[in-house]
Design a protein around this ligand. Structure first.
Ligand code: PLP
Ligand code: 3DJ
Length: 396
């Protein structure tokens, strides 16, 4: 049994109840010292020698292996770096190369826009004859036909929290002869994932949400081990080369997942992420999941009892949800602004969603009850009507 929560390991502002770790995780206390060490002692003193003396060059793989431990990926199967959108592009381009005889990319209408935009951009670049299909999430299973080259899904819907059945959909994709890509942005560190057991060919994800790597933290990409030596990288940068410092004239991919790296790794961010991953040492994802369900069920009960104007917009069955709960309300934007002003931080997602994330590493039942009390007040007293909350910020 892990001791949850591990609140003391995070630097959270006094009095704030943070229900947005599903978008940007909070600051791990040790991140500051680690970043200072990398900047002052390594970069400052060692200069370029630090690539060897501080093993900067080995850091992307080291961190990838730590992430692998949380998502059922064996050592050496996860490469880190770049942004998730780039990793989506790479996975999709490589997957399409594995099914050149087919023309359909299947995703769903609830997928995060960037995943769909990257697919649209890829189609424009490599083959305008490809087609991106986006049925409703509930209709994906029956849309997997033998026309489909690649099924590309985000396991947990960013807006509703609805969770796809990874095992069943991967099985269906394979039965239809399609390649499977999972986006784990809202899964890694949120729900138990077993990539090897799923047999999916690719997975991608980000590390600034439940993994607490900080804004702009590097993304990750998983390739099933039996495919690593044959996957064709669409973005053939030198850090994915088998021997980057041999400076060979032609690209020759690394014989490991490192072939999906592109350029110079972001060392300060990777170091912070490694520090954040230390918090997960000894944490059992099954325990996190059980605690997350307890917190989210409590939240739903409290909100439904106290705020009759809000409508649950997430599946009621906790097994069908990731680690977030959404409520619909016509004036969600000002309402969320009012909640934030009253120290309950969630977020708004267009058109009418108030989204709350549950992160048992640093939240407990008391936090949920206090949050529910503050939320009740904002709605009971109509505090969200204040003109101060009506003006939209650039980042919502
Ligand atoms: C499911 C999903 N895919 C892609 C992205 C985009 O990631 P990035 O901005 O790191 O490229 C996000 C979050 O921003 C996301 O939630
Ligand atoms: N990556 C983000 C950013 O740079 C600014 C604000 C929000 C984000 C997010 O991660 C959004 C997130 N993927 C979502 O689920 O809405």
């Amino acid at each position: 049994m892990t001791d949850l929560p591990k609140k003391e390991l995070f630097s959270l502002p006094e009095g704030v109840i943070y229900l947005d770790g599903n978008s940007l995780g909070p600051l791990p206390r040790k991140a500051r010292a680690r970043a200072a060490q990398v900047i002052d002692a390594e970069w400052g003193q060692e200069l370029i020698k630090a690539w060897n003396t501080a093993d900067w060059i080995g850091l992307p793989k080291q961190v990838g292996d730590r992430i692998g431990g949380l998502v059922g990926a064996p050592e050496g199967t996860i490469a880190t770096g770049d942004t998730l959108s780039i990793k989506v592009y790479q996975a999709l381009a490589a997957a399409l190369k594995m099914r050149l005889d087919r023309k359909v990319i299947l995703s769903d209408s609830g997928n995060f826009p960037s995943d769909l935009y990257m697919a649209e951009g890829l189609i424009e670049t490599i083959d305008k004859g490809l087609e991106l299909r986006t049925p409703a999430p509930e209709a994906v299973l029956e849309a997997i036909t033998d026309e489909v080259a690649v099924v590309m899904l985000t396991q947990v819907d960013y807006r509703t929290g609805r969770m796809h059945d990874m095992q069943a959909l991967t099985r269906a994709a394979h039965a239809a002869g399609a390649v499977m890509i999972w986006d784990l942005a809202h899964s890694a560190g949120a729900v138990p994932v077993d990539l090897m057991a799923s047999e999916a060919e690719f997975a991608v994800g980000c590390t600034y949400k439940y993994l607490n790597g900080g804004p702009g933290a590097p993304a990750f990409i998983y390739v099933r081990p039996d495919l690593i030596e044959t996957v064709e990288p669409a973005l053939s940068g030198w850090m994915g080369h088998d021997a980057p410092f041999a400076m060979e004239r032609h690209y020759r991919p690394a014989m490991t997942t490192e072939r999906l790296r592109i350029g110079t790794p972001p060392i300060v961010q990777l170091s912070i992420l490694e520090e954040a991953m230390n918090i997960w040492e000894g944490v059992d994802m099954a325990e996190i999941r059980a605690a997350s369900i307890e917190l989210s069920e409590l939240f739903i009960r409290e909100i439904e009892a106290r705020c009759p104007d809000l409508t649950l917009a997430s599946p009621r069955d906790p097994q069908q949800r990731g680690s977030q709960v959404s409520f619909a309300f016509d004036n969600s934007y000002p309402a969320m602004q009012a909640l934030i002003a009253h120290d309950v931080i969630g977020d708004f997602r267009a058109p009418d969603i108030m989204r709350f994330g549950f992160t048992p590493l640093y939240l407990d039942a008391d936090d949920i009850r206090v949050a529910a009390g503050r939320i009740e007040r904002v709605f009971r007293d109509g505090l969200w009507r204040d003109p101060a909350y009506q003006t939209r910020s650039r980042v919502t």
